[in-house]
Design a protein around this ligand. Structure first.
Ligand SMILES: Cc1cc2nc3c(=O)[nH]c(=O)nc-3n(C[C@H](O)[C@H](O)[C@H](O)COP(=O)(O)OP(=O)(O)OC[C@H]3O[C@@H](n4cnc5c(N)ncnc54)[C@H](O)[C@@H]3O)c2cc1C
Length: 426
């Protein structure tokens, strides 16, 4: 089958790899000059099935009010007259019930666990390297209240057999020795033993090279404008102001920009661009740097070792498609890392970056078929696109090839929005 994958982020490239592996003739189209140049470029580097959870959770509306007031706030909302934003927030609030949280977290953990296993298999098959480590993730709590609130999460982890340990401050230091310097700031931690770390950009770039060797074609510098329809099928993609690309099947994997492509077709995906920021700095003292990822729960900041660098990522800013780098956001990332790892890296040499997480209100991505017979989506991975990319790509390839997927997928398509929610953001 001839397949056009629209988007060469980590999600598009993994989709292309698995489709090519199953014998399809694949072309990937992207406006950038190379793969992984947008949201997949400098994320926090966590492959974290154990940490997979929707932001919509019981108690979040109250917590969000507090976060908005903090000096180093994990959440920033720019009130704008934007229907899409308010509709998306309303959907998210509707998912803050205990039932919805359990259901959404279960879906996410199942896909993320599968994805981590697919990644391990891919690594074995291809020998790909990307500054990766398999040393788990430490969710670090600075207060007893945070530690006491993990019951709902561990219930789901137990249900899915996800291995974890609850640690006291000394236990946290034993897995992350550099925390020794700041042990008095730590109330405890939840260690997720099966989580991994790695540079999503290196992975995407190198997997694109591997895919190319398998016969995948990459058309960079190509702006996708419109899907053309004939009856109930897609007949082509209009690109670069006039050229039409044609295939048998089309995969929309354009991250936060996917809704704009699908809206004229009457498909309303509630995917909002939730802006995040990262800092990447060189390690100056390896013993004072994190071993793996430390997730600072107070500021919702992930601090990850990637080779000889430390990547610090976080903040959820609701500001439309703006990619402006805002200094106060940098200050929050710097505060978290210098507070926990004061001697690990040189923050003066850090590079500052921002990206738009393609986020659904229930945290679960939108992977699978649409009402158009030859159009599929693979987007909406939000905070966990790196974690879920391989599993989503493999699942999608199986669906397109008519193979039975290895995990349940019926609740991953955009159909769930039609069933569960009363209105769609435009
Ligand atoms: C600060 C931050 C930290 C994060 N940390 C983590 C983490 O630790 N772990 C984790 O799992 N996830 C993390 N994420 C989320 C993760 O990075 C994303 O979910 C993931 O990168 C999304 O990948 P994607 O391929 O869907 O989108 P993208 O990488 O954005 O790819 C979409 C592609 O579509 C192309 N495109 C869009 N529109 C057009 C058009 N009109 N024409 C042509 N091409 C187009 C773009 O050029 C782009 O290459 C983080 C995100 C941020 C912002």
């Amino acid at each position: 089958m001839r397949i056009l994958v629209l988007g060469s982020g980590v999600v598009g490239v993994t989709s292309a790899y698995y489709l090519a592996k199953q014998g399809h003739e694949v072309t990937v189209v992207d406006r950038q000059p190379a793969a992984g140049m947008e949201t997949s470029f400098a994320n926090a580097g966590q492959i974290s099935p154990g940490y997979s959870a929707p932001w919509a959770a019981p108690g979040i509306p109250i917590k969000a009010m507090k976060w908005l007031m903090m000096k180093h706030r994990p959440l920033v909302l720019w009130p704008r007259p934007e229907m899409r934003l308010w509709g998306w927030l309303a959907h998210m609030l509707a998912n803050c019930t205990e039932d919805a949280y359990r259901r959404n977290k279960s879906r996410m953990v199942a896909l993320a666990e599968y994805s981590r296993d697919c990644l391990r298999e891919l690594r074995q098959e291809t020998g790909i390297t990307y500054d990766h480590r398999e040393k788990g993730l430490l969710q670090l709590f600075r207060t007893q209240k945070q530690l006491d609130g993990i019951g709902e999460d561990t219930t789901v982890l137990d249900a899915y057999g996800v291995p974890y340990e609850i640690l006291d401050p000394a236990g946290c230091v034993s897995v992350e020795p550099a925390l020794n310097l700041v042990q008095s700031k730590v109330a405890g931690g939840l260690r997720l033993l099966g989580d991994e770390t790695g540079d999503a950009y290196l992975f995407t770039q190198r997997l694109a090279v591997i895919a190319e060797r398998m016969g995948v074609r990459f058309r960079y510098g190509t702006t996708i404008q419109k899907l053309l329809i004939e009856g109930e099928r897609i007949s082509g993609v209009l690109v670069n102001g006039g050229e039409v690309l044609r295939a048998d099947t089309y995969v929309a994997a354009m991250g936060s920009y996917t809704p704009q492509l699908l809206k004229p077709l009457g498909i309303h995906l509630p995917v909002y661009p939730v802006k995040g920021y990262s800092l990447t700095m060189p390690i100056v003292n390896p013993d004072a740097a994190p071993v793996s990822t430390v997730m600072d729960e107070t500021y919702k900041v992930g601090i990850t070792r990637l080779g000889d660098r430390i990547r610090i990522g976080g903040t959820a800013e609701l500001a439309g498609f703006s990619q402006r780098l805002r200094t106060p956001r940098r200050a929050t990332l710097e505060h978290s890392v210098t507070d926990l790892f004061p001697q690990g890296g040189d923050v003066r040499q850090a590079s500052f970056w921002t990206g738009l997480r393609p986020m659904t209100p229930d945290g679960t991505p939108v992977v699978g078929s649409t009402r158009y017979g030859n159009l599929y989506t693979n987007t909406g991975h939000g905070t966990l696109g790196w974690t879920m990319a391989c599993g989503s790509g493999r699942l999608l390839a199986d669906l397109i090839s008519g193979r039975a997927p290895e995990i349940s997928h019926s609740d991953l398509t955009g159909d769930r929005y039609r069933k569960e929610w009363r209105f769609h953001p435009a």
